[in-house]
Ligand binder design. Structure first.
Ligand SMILES: [Zn+2]
Length: 346
């Protein structure tokens, strides 16, 4: 071993290492080259191990060459690593790129239940005439649900409502939203324009046109000089908003214990336009709500002087309105939570 031989070995190793760094296909190959040439058990260290066999004056020279070769190989690997890292990053970016023009997966959106949606539409119409929404309790007492509405315990009109009583003290599930009229009158002074939406309950056998649970919207207006003409005008506006501006309407005599006079409010049949079809029982007309002037007895129960104030009230089944607007024929569909049915109203 002499200095020239060892120097030549180091130079040869440098040339091989620099060529290998330039030809490395990826950074993993550079890692391996680093260990093989520069590592503790690598090529440079192996050559320098012979340094002890040289005369003392040659040892620093070989050490200097070794350092020079080490630095050159490190620089070559470092340069190659920079180049390969950039192209590997570019390749990864290309492989993992997101195509923002690809159509997305559709998101299923929820919607209001058709009954809730219809109740809101009804409230929106009356809101334009200053009616404010109030809520009454679903559990009522016999006094408010019946007696204060001019339906005493022995009144034959009680047969109109098949009541679900909760206890012997007369607590019951409200059979209509009308007791809300009494509650609003106890709470407010005239002028009153109140809208009372809510769920009602009756002891009914359920079929396509009967439900034991249903939704009503009740309206109450109390003021000085309130008349049937005001009632008719308001209900016409409502019918036109819900069923078309040219939809003919009519009042028919009706009966409710809490209004006098009482009327049924009809619109021309939305199916046959008056040609008389099964949907309108061949009358050409469809009843959409009941109404009338508030009975003076009811006003008095509400704490309002019937000599000074008059009022009108109306009540409608929201299912009925929704049926006519959406041509639904079976009430049970509203309760069955079938998304195919409910989604059809979006
Ligand atoms: Zn008809």
């Amino acid at each position: 071993m002499d200095l020239a031989q060892l120097t030549s070995d180091l130079e040869a190793l440098r040339a091989r290492a620099i060529a290998a760094a330039a030809a490395a296909p990826d950074t993993a190959a550079l890692d391996a080259l680093d260990v093989e040439v520069l590592g503790k058990k690598g090529g440079i260290t192996a050559i320098l191990r012979s340094i002890g066999a040289l005369p003392p004056e040659d040892r620093p020279r070989l050490g200097a060459v070794g350092n020079e070769v080490r630095a050159a190989v490190e620089a070559a690997i470092s340069a190659a690593r920079a180049r390969l890292s950039a192209s590997e990053l570019a390749a990864r970016l290309a492989a993992e790129a997101v195509d923002v023009t690809t159509p997305g997966r559709p998101v299923r959106r929820g919607s209001l239940h058709p009954i809730m949606e219809t109740a809101r539409e009804i409230a929106d119409v009356f809101a334009q005439f200053g009616f404010v929404v109030y809520e009454g309790p679903e559990v009522e007492d016999d006094v408010t649900n019946f007696q204060m509405l001019n339906i005493p315990p022995d009144h034959p009109a009680r047969d109109l409502w098949d009541t679900l009583y909760l206890d012997l003290e007369g607590r019951l599930l409200r059979t209509h939203t009308s007791p809300g009229q009494i509650r609003v009158m106890h709470q407010e002074q005239p002028p009153i324009r109140a809208l009372l939406p809510g769920r009602c309950f009756r002891y009914e056998a359920v079929d396509a046109s009967h439900a034991s649970e249903f939704f009503q919207v009740e309206g109450l207006m109390v003021d000085e000089g309130t008349s049937m003409a005001d009632l008719k005008g308001l209900l016409d506006q409502f019918a036109h908003a819900m069923f078309g501006a040219d939809r003919p309407t009519r009042f028919r005599p009706g009966y409710y214990p809490f209004t006098e006079p009482s009327v049924a409010f009809d619109i021309l049949c939305v199916i046959c336009n008056g040609e008389k079809c099964p949907a309108c029982s061949r009358t050409g007309w469809m009843t959409i709500l009941g109404a009338g002037m508030v009975h003076p007895v009811v006003l008095r129960y509400g704490g309002i002087d019937p000599e000074r104030y008059q009022g009108f009230a109306f009540g409608m089944g929201v299912e009925r309105i929704a049926n006519l607007r959406h041509h639904v024929v079976d009430l049970r569909q509203y309760m069955e939570d079938d998304l195919r049915f409910l989604g059809a109203f979006r």
